[in-house]
Design a protein around this ligand. Structure first.
Ligand SMILES: Cc1cc2nc3c(=O)[nH]c(=O)nc-3n(C[C@H](O)[C@H](O)[C@H](O)COP(=O)(O)OP(=O)(O)OC[C@H]3O[C@@H](n4cnc5c(N)ncnc54)[C@H](O)[C@@H]3O)c2cc1C
Length: 428
């Protein structure tokens, strides 16, 4: 067999997986490497964090997803460096050579230089993050039930979500439902509906990238779920027992035991490594500025896609860090590689904007689609349909659908498990 063109894809998220899928019939040898053995459907992570879905419902083993791709091997591996001069990816435990490289390692949350807050205000990006947040939420209700001091009970029942972009809004809405519906009959001493849920946002409205009318509609729906919105406020400090909010020159101390971080993202560290190796520019979030065909300047064999890429047309606003750009870029790069191997050229990448959505709770969502803006039940139905469509693997699609139907009629969230290390004795 003549040696085939070797394509290495780092990252099996939305971008990397869509590239691997689109290369199924290409005359190339694909190596997909990821430090997790599964593809994660991040848009539903907040449902794991709030006990509505189990982790396995939103993750699909990469080996299974790509089992029919005869030209593809899947490796459980972490990329730690890219040696562009000899075209190889250094792993934490080995090396893989490439002819073409696709880097799709996504982003992490960002604490704007206050990394010490991560321990106290976890962000939501991985399954581990989601189960950790779930543990903290449900432990807070348990501790409040055991506590006798009213002030301490109030702190346990205060939940602060920092950042009112879609993830923050979704978390706040789900917490509102937990407090008002899910746990309604489950405690004897505390009344879960007395929980205080604060959604903090530095801008002047929630969902700042959405049209103002949809932001206001989202605010009304959140208020109905008992969420208090604090716009124009920023976090000045986080301690184990409080959050300090700054609004103008005023600082308010809010006693709380549960803070969730949904503000700011930072590109994967491989961006910095690539910039160092190739001289490519980075933007403020550490994203790599790519050429119109998503390659790196001077390195036509290296492509960067998804959340790690800064792609803008004619120096305009870069594409948002959401799933659609990653998916479309993965498909585009796969097509380009296949055509290049066949000695054909391809034009630049064009993004087809399908709009954005955020859900708030039962029958409550907002959607800014290409031709129409929706809120409430119609937006929620569109949100349900689209999320179900994009979940990888039919089995998970079916399980999530059944789980949602069950939760809708029973108001239950059956995955509200406190897992991890034994939490006892409680920190009362
Ligand atoms: C909580 C949350 C909610 C979201 N909700 C929405 C939504 O509702 N709609 C929407 O469109 N978008 C949403 N997004 C954004 C969307 O998930 C991302 O834009 C998308 O996942 C980006 O795809 P990607 O392929 O660039 O990166 P990712 O999907 O993050 O994939 C990166 C992959 O790289 C792997 N990896 C990272 N570093 C290494 C390494 N060094 N070595 C090996 N493997 C590595 C990771 O394990 C991961 O599998 C949400 C994101 C989050 C976190």
């Amino acid at each position: 067999m003549p040696a085939r063109h070797r394509v290495v894809i780092i990252g099996g998220g939305f971008g990397g997986l869509s590239a691997a899928r689109a290369l199924k019939r290409a005359p190339v040898e694909v190596t997909m490497l990821d430090r997790c053995n599964y593809h994660l459907f991040q848009p539903l992570l907040y449902q794991v964090a709030t006990g509505a879905l189990s982790p396995a419902n939103i993750a699909a083993p990469l080996r299974r997803v790509l089992r029919h791709h005869r030209n593809t091997r899947v490796l459980l591996a972490e990329a730690v460096d890219i040696e562009v001069a000899n075209r190889s990816v250094a792993l934490s435990d080995g090396k893989v050579g490439y002819d073409t490289l696709i880097v799709a390692t996504g982003a992490r949350h960002h604490y704007f230089g206050k990394e010490q807050w991560e321990e106290l205000a976890p962000g939501l990006k991985t399954i581990e993050d989601a189960t950790h947040i779930r543990r903290r939420i449900f432990l807070a209700f348990e501790a409040a039930e055991r506590e006798c001091d009213p002030e301490k009970i109030r702190a346990w029942l205060t939940f602060v979500i920092v950042g009112a972009e879609p993830t923050g809004v979704e978390m706040a809405g789900a917490l509102g439902e937990i407090a008002n519906d899910t746990l309604k009959h489950d405690f004897r001493k505390i009344n879960p509906s007395e929980a205080r849920i604060l959604l903090v946002e530095g801008a002047d409205r929630v969902l700042p990238p959405f049209p103002p009318a949809l932001s206001h509609s989202a605010q009304r729906m959140l208020a109905r779920l008992g969420v208090t919105i604090r716009t124009g406020a920023v976090v000045a400090d986080v301690t184990p027992e409080a959050v300090n909010l700054r609004e103008g020159s005023l600082v308010e101390v809010i006693p709380t035991r549960t803070v969730v971080w949904a503000a700011g993202v930072q590109a994967s560290p491989l961006g910095r490594i690539l910039a160092h190796q190739t001289g490519a520019a980075l933007d403020r979030s550490g994203r790599v500025v790519v050429e119109p065909d998503l390659s790196l300047p001077g390195y036509p064999e290296i492509f960067v896609i998804g959340d790690l890429a800064h792609f803008s047309r004619h120096g305009g606003k870069p594409l948002p860090g959401i799933a659609q750009p990653a998916i479309q870029q993965g498909r585009y790069v796969a097509k380009l590689i296949e055509r290049r191997v066949r000695s054909k050229s391809t034009g630049p990448f064009h993004y087809f904007d399908q709009g954005t959505m955020a859900t708030i709770g039962r029958s409550a969502a907002v959607a800014d689609l290409r031709c129409v803006r929706l809120s409430g039940l119609p937006a929620w139905l569109v949100w349900l349909f689209i999320h179900l469509m994009y979940i990888v693997e039919f089995q998970n699609r079916l399980l999530v659908f059944l789980q949602w139907a069950w939760n809708y009629y029973t108001f239950n969230r059956s995955a509200r498990l406190i897992t991890g290390k034994n939490p006892l004795p409680l920190d009362l």
